[in-house]
Structure formats: structure tokens, C-alpha cells
Write a protein of this length. Structure first.
Lengths: 247, 247
């Protein structure tokens, strides 16, 4: 059901506000699709509370399971921003003021505005690679295969753009989406046969309800364009054969 | 930093399409806020691929850690819908055709439309409690403390409404949100002092960027309205004292 991924990743979203439903996460969608473009497959994501033990446990679990781990959230100036310190603990690294991070913050803030709280954003585990933040200067950082990023989407995305070229990618996963007006149950059996005959191709089926009518989007994924076209063609013919319209 | 939750839960979102960024999950936000209203705190959420071993491992891990586990996705009629069978395996229960589920589907589909593929939606682990689906009839189900729900939000929400009264809740977590035009770094130090003086109250700080300006929302949470009002009042006074406007 899936081509073996060359390179894998996980995303760890840190923040009570996402779990309480107050904030809708936008970072998983961005990272999932951007990483996909460079051939890195996000295998799982987790959303956890701002809790030191939880952060440590999940960081240590995920960084060992996958090639890359991206964390978002909890690196700002307030008391509930405990990600950086928790990551230092997870790696058993000393934690303290990073002079390069202080320099980056100084470019953005006058001395009087560089408060004790803001200087907290210059605390990192020892020996990390700082990740440039062109928006608000407070950097993210990288320790081994873990990239530690802020939760505000525009800032996270700007930092990501700065290190994206350094990630070791695999073959890009290409995809084609076929959306039709048949309910999922109408195409399910034939779609299963097509999947059986094409085990190297990932075929996903995603029902939706729009204006009270059920339809389905079929997503076909493969690293090879010719295989993608061939299997998409089979699915199109199958849907048309059942009297379905493809949008 | 948080009042001890009486009752805890996790959400397990099953579906490749959420990890690839194609689909934005809407179920965590709904469950997080609805469960919160009945005093059940979502402690973590995980998003995983449609993979039998992953589903089994995460279901078994999460159902033991928390009072409740809610899964979404992967219970439809297509080949990639493998949640129900994986959950049977996780519980080491026999898996097969559920006569009550067949009856529910028969109410919705004519005999000729009750295809083999659709009948897959009537396969469940043995001995489960079926969860009524008023929208499209194919039921969710409950095994012990695990509620197995579909991924389409309107259907998931309709099923949830049907069993919500059966959940054992705790004290409702009340919250107040104070959004102001000061950047997070300006209020961080004073906010930390307020948190230190009020350790029973959960105070979260969520920066945002709007029209190029940074601001911050402070969210105060407690089960007791009087405590909530008192700490919110302190924070309002602090923000005004720094020259901030509260919206």
C-alpha cells in the first residue's frame, strides 16, 4: 500500500492550546506538504501539552524512530515556553545563554527592549546549530536530527525556508487527485481490485459531504510519473464506467 | 501550571492524508473543545498512517495511559480502511460481520446497493457497543474505553452527540481569553510573576502576527469561576499598566 520511503520524519506539536481546540494547528499541513516535495515522508505527528516530562519522552522516542524530527511551539519568552530547556534535558546537554542567539536578538531589539524575558529566547542547549529567523530574529535551533521551531506559522515557515536546502531528501512523492460525485461505497470494490493489481502505488480514498451529497476523492501517490499516470488512468476509466463524473 | 485533571483522554487521528498535508484535520479541535466542556482533558493527540502495526501499537499505548481514547478515520468501505480490523487485533478480539451493524446499514441502503464493499462497514471486533450514525448509518463502535469514529467531521460529530451523555466527565475547565496589542516579550516577565503567585491556575500565552504587528492572547483556565475572574483581573491590570489595549 505504500512505496518504501527513503527518508522519514515526525512532527511534534507542543502546546496546550491546540489540544483544547482553541488554536487550529497549521504547521503539520505545511511541514507535511513541504517535506513531501523533497522526498521526506512524515510518518506520524503528535500534539502534546507544555509539560517537561512529556516533551522529553516524545522527543527521545521520535528522534530515534525517524530520520528527522521537527518540533513546533514553546520557544517564546513566556513562562509556559519550556521546549528549549526540555530538549536540553532530553539530550542531557547543558542549557544556558547562547551568545550567538543574543547577537541575533540585539539586531532586532534596542538594549532597553531586550528584557530578561526576551533574553530567555537566547537560551539553548549547548552546541546547537542556530536557525535564522528573518521575521522576529529569535532563532530556532537544530540538535542532531531534531529541528526546534516556533509555533507561529509565518515565523516557522520563514525559518524552515532558511534550512530546507540542508535536509537530505529522497525521491519526491508525486500525486494525482481524482474527485468524483459517486459515494465511496460505489467505487470501493473496484478500487480495491486496482490496488491489488498495483501494490507499489499508494491509493487513498477520502469521502466528503458537500451540500448534503456524498462524494469521494481518490489520491494516487508514487515517485514515478509514468506509474502514476497509468494507475490514475485505470481509476478514471473505472469511475466513468460506473457513471461517475470526475471534477 | 495546571489543575490536576480528573479525567483524561487522547485522540488518535488515522489517515495518510492528514500527514501529507492534503487534508486539514478538524476533529481534534472539535473533540478537544467538546470534551473540555464536560471536564475531560485531552492530554495528547497523535496522527498516524493507515498502517496496521502502527494503529495497534498506538491504540494499545494510549488506551492504557488515559481514561478515554477517541480514534477518527479508517472505518469506511475502501481497501485503505483498516482501523476496525487493527483495533480487533489490538484487543485480541475476533473480527467479523456484526448483525446489528448490518441491520443499521439496511435501513439506509436498498439490497442492491448494500455491496460487499459497504458491508465491510458492518465488520467489527466481537462484543463491541455500536455507536449510532444518524447521517450515513454506518456505525462507529466502542470497545472498553476506546471510541472508534469516522474521519468525516459532520458524521463524527453526529455520532459523538449520540454518546456524549455516556462519558464520565469531571469538573468543566472554564477559560478566559485576554487579547492585547503588546508583543509577548513586553508582558512575559510580569505574566510569569502572576503565574508564580497563582500556581493552581493554568496561564497560557499565545503570540500572533496580524497585519504585520505582533500581539498576544493570554488564556487563563481554571475550574472555579471566582479564581478565574480574580487572576484574569490581575492580568488585565498588568497589561493596562504597561500601556496595552485589550480587545
Amino acid at each position: 500500500m505504500m512505496t518504501d520511503p527513503d527518508i522519514t520524519a515526525a512532527v511534534l506539536i507542543i502546546g496546550n492550546e491546540v489540544l483544547s481546540g482553541r488554536t487550529k494547528d497549521a504547521n503539520l499541513g505545511f511541514l507535511g506538504s513541504e517535506l513531501n516535495k523533497i522526498g521526506i515522508l512524515v510518518m506520524e505527528a503528535r500534539v502534546i501539552r507544555d509539560d517537561q516530562q512529556m516533551i522529553m519522552d516524545h522527543v527521545n522516542d521520535l528522534r530515534r524512530r525517524y530520520d528527522y524530527l521537527f518540533t513546533t511551539g514553546g520557544i517564546g519568552p513566556t513562562h509556559d515556553d519550556i521546549t528549549s530547556e526540555s530538549i536540553a534535558k532530553a539530550f542531557a546537554l547543558p542549557f544556558g545563554r547562547n551568545p550567538d542567539a543574543v547577537r541575533m536578538l540585539s539586531e532586532h531589539y534596542d538594549d532597553k527592549d531586550l528584557t530578561a524575558a526576551r533574553l530567555r529566547m537566547a537560551n539553548t542547549p549547548e552546541g546547537v546549530i542556530l536557525l535564522d529567523n528573518p521575521v522576529s530574529k529569535a532563532p530556532g535551533f537544530q540538535v542532531e536530527n531534531v529541528f526546534v521551531l516556533p509555533g507561529v506559522p509565518v515565523i516557522m515557515q520563514a525559518i524552515f525556508a532558511g534550512f530546507r536546502h540542508r535536509l537530505q531528501g529522497g525521491r519526491e512523492m508525486l500525486s494525482a487527485t481524482l474527485t468524483c460525485d459517486l459515494p465511496e461505497g460505489r467505487i470501493a470494490e473496484n478500487l480495491g481490485h486496482i490496488q491489488d493489481r498495483n501494490k507499489d502505488v499508494e491509493i487513498g480514498s477520502y469521502p466528503y459531504i458537500r451540500l448534503g451529497k456524498m462524494g469521494v476523492s481518490v489520491v494516487v501517490r508514487h515517485t514515478d510519473q509514468a506509474r502514476l499516470d497509468s494507475v490514475s488512468g485505470e481509476i478514471k476509466a473505472m469511475i466513468s464506467g460506473l457513471g461517475g463524473k470526475i471534477f
